[in-house]
Write a new protein. Structure first.
Length: 259
């Protein structure tokens, strides 16, 4: 536990000693703020038109702020996470390898599990800060409308679990190379495939389609965005994270063995 706290503290400090955390958090906030403004402005415009034009009202039916703003917003946040989190994880092990500090860490009485979990927790801490900066957007929605708070809570829970899955894969990719750019590209490409693979389910057989739907990271988040807590979706994200953290441990173990 002591080593874990040491690695966690070191990881968080390293992010804020460099411009990485500030750049990633700033870009993340700007992107989600921009898209939230567009979504909320579009909803406000449609609501105003529906009050004055019966044709518009009949076209859209009941205008629900949860359906028209909250759920699309969560979808946008998940896409921005897909872009930004590889930039957050790319330095985790790659920079240690490039600077040679990984050899020092491996010679310390620190278990591979403590090292991996410490870095994972550090990235999750930065990610939690990033995600918390989106809360004012939903508070603004609550001020002007009446959103379903259950959907908001489950949506954030789903985003947090999805972020943990993204970070675990990013850590594994970072453990494979000493080049941060390569680590980020590998992470982004892998996550993009896992994010979009569900869209191919309609072009294959039934069983293969079900398999692709299950593998898809996006399909498991959709239930959270609907306000539903499904244990199978929670289990998927937890097993996903555990699997790639396990691979990261073995990657470090092979590095220790070669050293």
């Amino acid at each position: 536990m002591r080593n874990f706290i040491f690695i966690l503290t070191k990881e968080i400090r390293s992010y804020f000693y460099s411009p990485v955390a500030f750049v990633v958090i700033t870009i993340f906030s700007v992107l989600i703020g921009y898209y939230f403004y567009n979504i909320f402005a579009a909803f406000s415009t449609i609501s105003f038109q529906a009050q004055t034009d019966p044709m518009v009202a009949s076209q859209y039916g009941v205008l629900n702020v949860t359906e028209f703003v909250i759920r699309p917003f969560f979808g946008v946040v998940s896409i921005v996470m897909l872009i930004m989190l590889p930039m957050l994880t790319m330095r985790s092990f790659a920079e240690e390898k490039k600077t040679g500090t990984i050899e020092l860490l491996l010679t310390y009485p620190v278990k591979d599990l403590e090292l991996v979990l410490g870095k994972f927790a550090g990235c999750m801490g930065i990610f939690a800060i990033m995600l918390s900066l989106s809360v004012p957007c939903l508070l603004l929605v609550a001020f002007f409308g009446d959103p379903e708070w259950g959907v908001i809570v489950t949506g954030y829970g789903g985003l947090f679990l999805m972020g943990g899955a993204f970070i675990s894969l990013g850590l594994f990719m970072s453990s494979l190379t000493e080049n941060q750019i390569i680590a980020a590209v590998l992470s982004f490409a892998s996550l993009m495939v896992l994010y979009m693979v569900g869209s191919s389910s309609g072009f294959v057989g039934e069983k293969m389609g079900q398999f692709l739907e299950y593998v898809s990271i996006l399909s498991h988040f959709e239930t959270f965005a609907r306000g539903v807590l499904d244990t199978s979706d929670i289990t998927y994200y937890l097993l996903f994270a555990v699997f790639f953290l396990f691979l990261s441990m073995h990657s470090l173990e092979s590095k220790r063995w070669r050293a």
